[in-house]
Design a protein around this ligand. Sequence first.
Ligand SMILES: [Zn+2]
Length: 485
Amino acid sequence: MRTLIEGGWVVAFNGKSHEIYEQGSVVFEGDRIVHAGGPYAGPADTRLSARGKLVSPGFINTHVHTTGNAGDYLLLDMAKNDYRTSNYMSFAAPLKGKMTPPPPEAVAALRTFVFLHALRQGTTTIIDVGGQRGDWEGYVRLIDELGVRVYGSPPFRDRNTFSDAQGRLYYDHDASVGTQGLKDAVAFIREYDGAAQGRLRGMLNPSQVETCSEPLLRACKDAARELDVPVHTHAGGNLVEFQRIMDEYRKTPIQFLADIGFLDDRALIGHGVFTTAHAWSHYPFGDDLRVLAERGATVGHCPYKYAKMAMTLCSFQRYLDAGVNLAIGTDTFPMDMVAELRWASILAKVADANYQAGQHRDVFNAATLGGCKFLRRDDLGRLAPGAKADILLINLDHLGAPVYADPIKALIDAGSGRDVDTVIVDGKILVQGGRTTRIDEDEVYARAREVTERFWSNVPTWRWDGAPVDRIIPPAFPIHGAATK
Ligand SMILES: [Zn+2]
């Protein structure tokens, strides 16, 4: 069946770069695009009007935590006062043995919420960098049913993070846990790579550079080479991690990963903020940006999340100019890729005090072409004959939007993920009129809230000082809850 999308601003790929066609057209048949660009005179079985809309390649979101963040980030701040710049440790360092994993239904509810939340706001390729564990068959089934495109596998590490009774962070090393975790991830990839009609692909997930020992990282990279899959780890994400790696190896996290052979064109580095290029690192030796560029690694920039913690890449433009491949992820909520483009562009300008930095073109490229490099996919992140039919129709012409001459600039300067009207993945329409087509989204939201509230109410049971959520993160104003709940 041939579907013709007509009348919109089409972002077509010419083999080298994106170009825009006013009143252009895109035609897809099955899961592949057969035409993208100007008018199309051939036959079509179905027509979709894109009048007043941008017809864009779907975005590659390089940082989605399925469920892990839902319980913690959903409504909570992330810059807590007791772990400076180290957001994740506030909820990923419980008292040992006190945190019970949620039941499979809760995990499924959060996974569903995260997948659809990301999808509805422009993500067509979800890079799952680690979420709640367990029920991996259910995970695969969910991807199959929801129609989303995902790269992932169970995350692993051999140094779990805990708090002691005084709230001090410590790393609990157990090599066998890491070895088993890697084994499970490899088995998962062997079994499920290519599942869900090819929409689920394997990617190895050693959690963080400092929570994985050097032997584990080396073994992981060997496995990635053998399986021919990409690999992601968090590195340069916070100062605690940066200092621990400096203490252990007397190198920056980036230099360390390069020296053990982990960094190459199949490696995605989540964040990569604390490098020799960042002033807070206070490490004027070496040149991490050159190392990243020479190895061909990708940095998955998550601008909004880091801005909330008063940090950013130093800088988007300097990484780009050094030849580092940049991609964009959301990490936290909202998983709004349109907003992330604006944050990436604006923060690039502020970081360098240069309004020529962070050009619209460059951030759009990062969220599309940049995210495909470590995946080795030249059929994603672009609209061109032969590419996958992963397509967004985004509303541009409405009273909440500016009058514009350039639709890409209008999108980045003034758009929102909620302007995404239609999302097509693998030739299937998963969102239409801003609503998901396969599942009742109100129900998905209600379930996610229920599960998350349960998670919040459990926080004092594993938190070192027994503090409830509203004491760890006070509300903006006192909240008088409803009488009946
Ligand atoms: Zn992360």
